[in-house]
Design a protein around this ligand. Structure first.
Ligand SMILES: Cc1ncc(COP(=O)(O)O)c(C=O)c1O
Length: 313
């Protein structure tokens, strides 16, 4: 993993364990800046720490690059996601990493959706790059693991120390499975990204779909940033249906090839209505997030299109 990210990696028992180890580096009273759209687990961890007055939290829109650059001057922890979960807005990681920052500040980039094949945050100057290896690195939905990679010795030692003190070391079988998965990462990503673009283009023309959020589409608001900071656009698509939550739930119940499940990044496609998840009520009610796997593109399209038509109000 260190080789893929061009740094030194520390493996953890889960992506959340790796994330928690980064927060564990903060001194009392630290200022944390998080994206408005991000993985709910990291938002929950930040909120829990703020409640106990361990740190304060500010939120910024993912694409407010000027705001992020200003925040670098005051924040102790800048938290970015390469592609935000679940709205898939692309952060200008390059510009934020290049901004002058408060001495000792950490710039952490959760690169799970991009994978190290599409972005290497350390090359832009990030302090730490994070992967939930549970997702694309493992690739088979059969393990929990996380990886934090740094470019310098000091943060690497600090993360290892935190892992030791909190017991967040991955199991041997999980580590073995993650390495097995990493061997096919490039092949899986190539196939899944190609299919994701095909599905996104077809969804964009679908009469029952109002909005497609996939940064590989020229219509995507952060497409230009995506082309600059990512090698390719990943294999997660979010889209909104012409109708409400019930319509979207019926689609999820009807799909057969696509699994109705929360996790993502596996060889099998998974889909979920994100606003149905506790704490995610702020999201558009009919937004479906699909993680495209390596199945045949037409088979996936037939499953999706027939389910949308069947479920239409
Ligand atoms: C972007 C992102 N980061 C981190 C995590 C947490 O990873 P794990 O499930 O391995 O704890 C997730 C999980 O969904 C995620 O989507």
């Amino acid at each position: 993993m260190g080789g893929l990210e061009s740094g030194q990696a520390v493996a953890f028992a889960s992506g959340m364990a790796a994330i928690a180890a980064v927060f564990d580096q903060l001194a009392a009273g630290a200022v944390v800046v998080l994206p408005e759209d991000c993985y709910q687990g990291v938002a929950g961890l930040a909120a829990a720490g703020a409640e106990r007055q361990r740190w304060s939290v500010q939120r910024l829109a993912v694409d407010d690059t000027a705001g992020w650059i200003r925040a670098c001057g005051v924040a102790d922890l800048i938290w970015l996601e390469s592609l935000s979960n679940p709205l898939l807005t692309v952060a200008d990681v390059e510009a934020v990493c290049a901004a002058p920052r408060k001495p000792g500040a950490i710039v952490a980039v959760d690169c799970t959706f991009a994978t190290p094949l599409n972005q290497r945050p350390l090359a832009f100057g990030a302090t730490v790059s994070l992967q939930s290896a549970t997702k694309f690195i493992g690739g088979h939905s059969d393990l929990l693991a996380g990886v934090a990679t740094t470019g310098d010795d000091a943060p690497w030692h600090a993360l290892r120390k935190s892992r030791e003190l909190t017991g967040a070391t991955p199991g041997t079988l999980e580590a073995f499975l993650a390495v097995r998965g990493a061997r096919t990462l490039a092949l899986r990503m190539q196939r899944a990204q190609q299919t994701a673009l095909t599905l996104a283009e077809r969804l964009e023309r679908h009469p029952l779909v109002t909005r497609v959020r996939y940064p590989g589409l020229p219509s995507h608001p952060t497409h230009a940033t995506a082309k600059r900071v990512l090698k390719s656009f990943g294999s997660v698509i979010s889209f909104d249906l012409l109708g409400g939550a019930e319509f979207a739930d019926r689609v999820c119940r009807h799909v057969r090839l696509i699994r109705h499940a929360t996790s993502l990044g596996g060889v099998e496609s998974t889909m979920e209505r994100r606003a149905a998840v506790p704490g995610q009520g702020h999201l558009p009610p009919s937004l479906l997030r699909i993680s495209v796997g390596i199945e045949d593109a037409d088979d996936l399209w037939n499953d999706l299109d027939s389910s949308i038509r069947w479920a239409a109000p």
